[in-house]
Write a protein that binds this ligand. Structure first.
Ligand code: 6PG
Length: 248
């Protein structure tokens, strides 16, 4: 497995560890280059991380007016729907940190998938001032891990896994009977730092499969930053399943 593994006692301390890493990485980037870009993950696991980032103790630790927020993927639903990754982040983070609207780069899941993907790619290029053939070098990309080994909306058996030209693609996910919009692997792997958040015993089997095999059977094994770093943040339930826990 590529990258460094950081293990925490439980979901609460894990969320604290990830929030701390995000704050530290964004602060460093703002100090050195005056700006930073954070790609938020969808799903349920990161909710505690976003809640911490938006809490009174943390919300002023980063000059959010210098940070641009993106999403790794989005469901093809309006932003008001419970399934929307944007809606969850807005509820627990965006409204709390007072980040300027112009810094929030939402994927328009309410639009037809191909239109939403093209529009999001244009938005990324414009927000980061990319030349037409350049890849984005996000400061930090936060990813979750599905029990089938997907990251973002790069699901097993989908053509999205092979996309090598576009930053963003639309994908129909048969197992979900729905479409998604997702960053592609070249876009993810051009990041300066990738943090993969894995919590709970349901995720232990897939994590151990990924950890113990170098042949890329699962999408998550294609998380291989070109020049950046990847960090796996896991809790005890995930670590113990593979005998990876050195009891404190
Ligand atoms: C999404 C995510 C997806 C998620 C994993 C884990 O839109 O659902 O981007 O990749 O991170 O499915 O989801 P949970 O955190 O809910 O287990």
């Amino acid at each position: 497995m590529i990258g460094e593994i950081h293990t925490f006692e439980n979901a609460h301390t894990l969320a604290g560890g990830v929030a701390g890493r995000i704050l530290e990485t964004l602060s460093e980037a703002v100090t050195t280059s005056g700006t930073a870009s954070l790609v938020l993950s969808g799903g349920k696991t990161p909710r505690d991380v976003y809640q911490l980032l938006g809490s009174e103790d943390c919300r002023d630790s980063v000059p959010w007016s210098l940070v641009h927020l993106f999403w790794g993927d989005e469901r093809c639903v309006p932003p008001t729907m419970p399934e929307s990754n944007y809606r969850m982040a807005k509820e627990v983070l965006l409204d709390a940190i007072g980040i300027p609207e112009r810094n929030i780069h939402r994927i328009h899941g309410e639009a037809p998938p191909q239109d939403a993907a093209r529009a999001y790619e244009r938005e990324i290029r414009s927000a980061l001032g990319l030349r037409h053939d350049a890849w984005p070098h996000f400061t930090l990309v936060l990813l979750g891990l599905g029990t089938d080994g997907h990251v973002a909306s790069l699901f097993p058996g989908t053509l999205a896994l092979q996309e090598r030209k576009r930053i963003v693609t639309e994908v129909y996910v048969e197992s979900l009977k729905s479409s998604r919009i997702t960053l592609t692997f070249p876009a993810l792997n051009s990041a300066e730092e990738i943090v993969v958040l894995v919590s709970g015993k349901l995720k232990a089997p897939i994590f151990q499969k990924i950890r113990s095999s170098d042949t890329p059977e699962y999408p998550a094994q294609l998380v291989q930053p070109v020049s950046g770093r990847v960090h796996w943040y896991i809790d005890r339930e995930v670590a113990e399943a593979g005998g990876g826990w050195d009891a404190p």
